[in-house]
Design a protein around this ligand. Structure first.
Ligand code: PNS
Length: 162
């Protein structure tokens, strides 16, 4: 059983994330999308909200499972018996960040490996940060997030959080 792990903060889940998940799910028997914590970022949505958004966006994909984990990626990788992590890259700076993450995780778990998928050209400027910025000002995010979660994301970003 070939299990791939697609980890991220997914704050919020975007159309770019969905495209990567869809393509990666064809390369393995099971794709586990893991909502995790990124210490370098302040997360806007709760873990439960991020799990719900990913589940709604990926509802049609039978071999994709969405979970959350508040531990180390390398530990989760080992526990799930993964063959590879999957990450999307939009740019050279993403590539640099991903190779650093790979090297750190490889020190923690020797079986750790990663597949980097280039983001679809039309989604290459979409990121969770840009969605948050545009959504905060009430801009059109319909091309940036899956339609299943559009209203929720647009309303919550416009309203903001204390
Ligand atoms: O979508 P992001 O924010 O780029 O995802 C980064 C994420 C959540 C995958 C990364 O921060 C992570 O692996 N967090 C879990 C804790 C951990 O293992 N940190 C060490 C990474 S080298």
């Amino acid at each position: 059983m070939r299990v791939f792990l697609f980890p991220g903060s997914f704050d919020p889940f975007t159309s770019g994330h969905r495209d990567i998940a869809k393509r990666a799910s064809k390369m393995c028997d099971k794709l586990v999308v893991a909502i995790m914590h990124n210490n370098a970022k302040k997360q806007f949505y709760t873990v439960q909200e991020r799990v719900d958004m990913a589940r709604k966006s990926l509802a049609g994909y039978k071999n994709i499972e969405v979970i959350s984990s508040d531990g180390l990626l390398a530990d989760l990788y080992r526990e799930l018996g993964c063959s590879s992590v999957v990450r999307g890259i939009r740019s050279e700076s993403d590539f640099r960040y991903e190779t650093e993450m790979y090297t750190a995780n490889k020190l923690l778990e020797n079986s750790y490996d990663v597949i980097l998928l280039p983001t679809r050209a039309d989604l290459s400027v979409t990121s969770s940060s840009i969605v948050k910025e545009v959504g905060h000002y009430g801009g059109d995010i319909s091309k940036m997030v899956p339609s299943e979660i559009h209203d929720f994301v647009a309303e919550t970003l416009k309203k903001g959080r204390n």
